[in-house]
Write a protein that binds this ligand. Structure first.
Ligand code: PEP
Ligand code: MG
Length: 580
């Protein structure tokens, strides 16, 4: 009887869905290690310097092309990654030591390898998700220059196969869409890595961070990839293959079913309508959401316009971007969130900021209030765009009422500046805030007297409440958006919004709002609207059709008020079972 070699390996399921295919292990899966000779050159230092300059120029040109192509396709976020890499190619702190090593007689490859390895060691020691992403960029840029020094380009192709790699560089990931592969699995990479964001946007089933992957998979092996469970199965048994073939057929059917809900209203079982809004990072995403039937844009993350560039976007450029969103929303509401840089979202124009706790540091509204010129420029652009539609302004990471008042006073100053310039200014533009710091949720009654709306950001609310980094897989178990602590904070916020003289709207716009098992609980707690990426709209609509809001209220109240941990676990499991 043949030996059953089926091997299951776990990783991070960063993009859901199942894929079955033959493993493609590209020759360059180990490029960086292979090219890591640090030999003394047989050429003169001048010749090596010339080779290095040429490879550098070629790399810059390739990145430029890649950026241009992505920008043209409207993939501004992805393009920004390569812009940041181009800046790296001009960084004298990196180029200087490489040139010095070449002058001492090392080959260009050897010098590049030595210096880049030192950079990598620094990032790897930091161990944060942001540092991991920077390390991935360093590896990407290193293999690009290495290739341009003599090696050929990466070869990753084969329709319907599953790409297996130690780590996929952002430039290789950007190329995947054209290669029609069925799935991606890598040895390295976290859930908020650039690669993770890119495969999610493509809807490509992917599992990242599978330890020792390359020692177990050979080119041509049959692989099942389960992006939902975060598992791969190498050489599956006939029984496993049959089970997964059925899942795959089911997945195809489900995707067709979800597609049928596009453009429809979000209705509960007994016909109550629920307001569903969209989350966007770039203007181009707006049209798709409105076509899907979204009631507007609940969260426009404007910081993406500021990331990976040398100069700040001026008022005109910002006005142009915001207007595009407002016009594409065709009269529906658009909530524009002011800059939320910091944490894991960096920009080069503030220089190198070193903080031991970036998520607890100089981030979001804290930066805006410290840089009033920058903030008022953004506010002027938003106020001007408000003339074109139904715009609301939202401040991120507000912790105290003083911060909100300060932000609001700068907003009023920006309005006055525009009026003084003779520009048309709308009399009332709602000003709201994100509730994503536990202190803000606890003090929601104080805030409710000042603000025009709340939007609960559970991505941060959960990380700050549970003291569990939102991007760290090691503490993912603690990162529970359904925990009674979180539900109680959401309930406090919703109650505060409705108990004052002015009743204000409460939205929820973190990732949990787009998941049926949490989004429906939040509605039950009194949240008025849910905001999420386009893909989640049909999923929420389909789930809503099976519940009435009273059921959601009962379930959320019961979980929030669970008298002890065991009851919570039991109620949680029962609620989750209703979504299977
Ligand atoms: C959140 O924290 O839930 C949120 C929506 O903001 P961001 O993910 O941009 O921090
Ligand atoms: Mg947030």
């Amino acid at each position: 009887m043949p030996e059953n070699k089926e091997l299951r390996m776990k990783g991070l399921g960063v993009s859901s869905g199942v894929a079955i295919g033959r493993a493609i292990v590209p020759v360059n899966a180990r490029t960086f290690e292979r090219a890591a000779e640090s030999g003394v050159s047989v050429r003169t230092p001048q010749e090596e310097e010339a080779r290095f300059c040429e490879a550098l120029e070629r790399s810059k040109a390739q990145l430029n092309d890649l950026q241009g192509r992505l920008n043209q396709e409207g993939k501004v976020k992805e393009a920004a990654i390569f812009e940041a890499q181009s800046l790296f190619l001009e960084d004298q702190e990196v180029l200087g030591p490489i040139r010095k090593a070449i002058a001492k007689g090392l080959s260009a490859e050897g010098a590049l390898n030595n210096v880049m390895n030192r950079c990598l060691a620094v990032f790897e020691k930091m161990g944060t998700p942001a540092a991991e992403r920077q390390a991935a960029d360093v590896r990407d840029i290193t293999s690009r220059i290495m290739n341009n020094l003599g090696g050929g380009p990466a070869e990753v192709s084969q329709k319907g196969g599953i790409l297996v790699a130690r780590e996929l560089a952002p430039s290789e990931t950007a190329d995947l869409e054209n290669r029609e592969i069925a799935g991606l699995v890598t040895e390295r990479g976290g859930s908020t890595s650039h690669t993770a964001l890119m495969v999610q946007a493509m809807g490509l089933p992917s599992v990242l961070g599978v330890a020792n992957l390359l020692t177990h998979v050979e080119d041509g092996d049959l692989v099942i990839l389960d992006g939902t469970k975060g598992e791969i199965i190498i050489d599956p048994s006939p029984e496993t293959l049959l089970i997964y073939s059925e899942i795959l057929a089911e997945q195809r059917k489900e995707r067709a079913e979800l597609k049928a809900l596009r453009g429809k209203k979000a209705l509960s079982k007994n016909g109550e309508e629920v307001k569903l809004l969209g989350n966007i990072a770039i203007p181009e995403e707006t049209k798709r959401l409105i076509d899907f039937g979204a009631d507007g844009i609940g969260l426009y993350r404007t910081e993406f316009l500021f990331m990976g560039r040398k100069e700040l976007p001026d008022e005109e450029e910002q006005y142009e971007a915001y207007s595009r969103v407002v016009l594409a929303a065709r009269g529906k509401e658009v909530t524009i969130r002011t800059l939320d840089l910091g944490g894991d979202k960096f920009s080069t124009f503030f220089g190198k900021i070193r903080e031991s706790n970036p998520f607890l540091g100089w981030r979001a509204i804290r930066i805006s209030l410290d840089r009033p010129e920058l903030f008022r420029t953004q506010l002027r652009a938003i106020i001007r765009a408000a003339n074109l539609g139904d715009v609301r302004v939202m401040f991120p990471m507000v912790a105290t009422v003083e911060e909100f008042r300060h932000a609001k006073s700068l907003f009023l100053e920006a309005k006055a500046e525009l009026a003084a310039r003779g520009e048309k200014v709308k009399e009332f533009i709602p000003c709201g805030m994100m509730v994503e710091i536990p202190a803000a949720a606890v003090m929601a009654d104080h805030f409710a007297r000042q603000v025009d709306f709340f939007s609960i950001g559970t991505n941060d609310l959960v990380q700050y409440s549970m003291a569990a980094d939102r991007g760290n897989a090691k503490v993912a178990k603690l990162y529970d958006a359904m925990h009674p602590a979180i539900l109680r904070l959401i309930r406090m916020t919703a109650q505060a919004a409705k108990s004052g003289e002015r009743k204000i709207e409460v939205c929820s716009c973190g990732a949990a709002a787009g998941k049926p098992e949490t989004g429906l609980l939040y509605l039950g707690l009194g949240v008025d609207a849910l905001s999420m990426p386009a893909e989640a709209h049909s999923v929420i609509k389909r789930a809503l059709l099976k519940f009435d809001l009273e059921e959601c209220r009962k379930a959320s109240e019961a979980i929030a008020d669970a008298p002890d941990f065991d009851t919570y676990k039991k109620l949680r499991a029962e609620w989750l079972a209703r979504f299977e």
